[in-house]
Design a protein around this ligand. Structure first.
Ligand SMILES: [Zn+2]
Length: 235
């Protein structure tokens, strides 16, 4: 298959194609009918190289712009996704909201970032509110992220079971859990954002290993045997 390189010579009047090293001129009349030049012109090697180089430059610039735009989109999408904790301006109580990350990323890529909410714990009753809480998110986009608040809460604490101190927690790690006073577990995804403050005051931290082990013990007690830890004896 020959490769085609279209060039617009005059605005909508004629189009040149290089096909199999021949320049084909197509003229488009006002009615839209396309006329082909009956005598194709064979271009010189220099002309072919020049046009090829031109298209390589244009193609490279296009790809570079595409990669930069995609990188900006992903960076903004990651920045604005996730559940956030705000103080509702109407009730002055905590509310969990989710920013429309896709819309924020697309509008940022177009040069005019626009924040809107995708979800709120006060919806659907207050579906048409003015979304005034967006100002809080604008001023501290990272500080009000639920996952960041949870990560900060674990910092400096130790697991209630094994006593191991929590290290830096990342979003891709095995996430620790929480245990209430009755001994019931709560995973991060189960934490209601609008009740986050209350949950953090009434729960203890549990590392991922202990959460999995203790949860398994509760679900399948018949499969778990507790053996007392052996102490070394010297003869
Ligand atoms: Zn533990």
């Amino acid at each position: 298959m020959p490769s085609f390189f279209p060039i617009i010579r005059k605005k909508y009047s004629s189009v040149v194609f290089i096909a199999s090293r021949k320049i084909m001129i197509y003229r488009v009349c006002n009615s839209g009918t396309i006329f082909e030049n009956p005598n194709p012109v064979k271009p010189s090697e220099e002309v072919v190289k020049m046009i090829t180089a031109l298209y390589v430059v244009i193609g490279t610039a296009f790809l570079l712009a595409l990669v930069l735009a995609l990188r900006g989109f992903i960076r903004n999408y990651v920045k604005w996704r996730g559940e956030r904790l705000v103080t509702c301006p109407e009730t002055e109580k905590s509310a969990g909201v989710v920013v429309n990350a896709k819309h924020a990323a697309v509008t940022a890529a177009l040069g005019d970032r626009d924040l809107t909410l995708n979800d709120c714990t006060r919806w659907p009753e207050r579906r048409n509110c003015g979304q005034a809480c967006l100002a809080q998110i604008e001023s501290a986009p990272e500080g009000c992220l639920v996952r960041n608040i949870l990560q900060g809460w674990y910092r400096g604490k130790s697991c209630i079971y094994c006593g191991r101190k929590f290290q830096e927690i990342h979003w891709h790690d095995h996430k620790p859990a929480l245990r209430d006073r009755k001994g019931d577990f709560l995973e991060w995804v189960q934490v209601p954002a609008d009740q986050l403050s209350e949950v953090l005051q009434t729960h203890d931290p549990v590392c991922w290993n202990c959460f999995i082990a203790e949860n398994f013990r509760r679900v399948h007690p018949e499969l778990v045997t507790d053996r007392p830890q052996k102490t070394a004896t010297w003869h």
